[in-house]
Design a protein around this ligand. Structure first.
Ligand code: ZN
Length: 221
């Protein structure tokens, strides 16, 4: 936490991102309704993953406040309260999925990096800054239909940090179709990394989509 963030925390009364009650950014009552689960239904990603919770309306509002109102403490509270013990074994580098250029320009930070920093801190694993970036312009996935999401990001990312022979954990805020994490996984693998899995704050549950990747309990230690 930076000095300015610490000062803001002192000056501004905090309210829970879900129920709006003071004094914390995420109260224990609201956090306690979430239970850790694996990403059992996100398609495409043939990697084990952890979603800290499901993306219901209240969680969507909380994540929106984190991303659009710079309330980093919301994401950090979710990680602190909901991240289980590391099931992936040795991790050489925790890598945040990059933001698209227009989002970074608007926000001035990469939400996934805030989460990745907290995950690497909690698990005592090395983190990286800006290990990946986009190599071409892409559309905001959230604005696209399901079919368009499948092609928008293909071959769009590249690793800019040395990932060769490293066991890499990918981190993002939300997994929906899995297209973003799939592309990040491809780019990291192309750079020589072994992607061990991923962590996201929340998973969007879609009906009738078969699971395409192993449960986290199947991760080898
Ligand atoms: Zn609350």
């Amino acid at each position: 936490m930076t000095l300015i963030e610490s000062l803001l925390d002192l000056l501004l009364p905090s309210r829970c991102a879900e129920c709006s009650r003071p004094p914390s950014v995420y109260c224990e009552d609201c956090l306690s309704r979430h239970t850790f689960h694996t990403v059992a239904r996100a398609n495409k990603i043939a990697k084990p993953g952890i979603a800290l919770t499901l993306l219901d309306e209240r969680v969507a509002n909380a994540i929106s406040a984190f991303k659009e109102q710079n309330q980093f403490a919301i994401a950090r509270s979710m990680v602190d309260a909901l991240l289980p013990a590391n099931p992936f074994g040795k991790i050489d580098l925790v890598v945040a999925v990059p933001s698209i250029a227009s989002s970074f320009k608007k926000r001035g930070f990469v939400p996934a990096q805030i989460i990745a920093d907290r995950v690497s801190g909690r698990w005592g694993m090395p983190g990286s800054k800006s290990a990946m970036r986009f190599v071409r312009q892409v559309e905001d996935q959230a604005a696209l239909k399901f079919g368009q999401r499948q092609t928008n990001l293909v071959d769009s990312m590249v690793a800019v940090a040395s990932l060769s022979r490293k066991r890499v954990l990918l981190v993002d805020d939300v997994v929906t179709t899995g297209s973003t994490l799939t592309e990040a996984c491809r780019a990291a693998t192309s750079a020589g990394a072994e992607v061990v899995g991923f962590v996201v704050l929340a998973e969007t549950l879609r009906r009738n989509e078969p699971s395409a990747h192993p449960a986290v309990s199947q991760v080898e230690p």
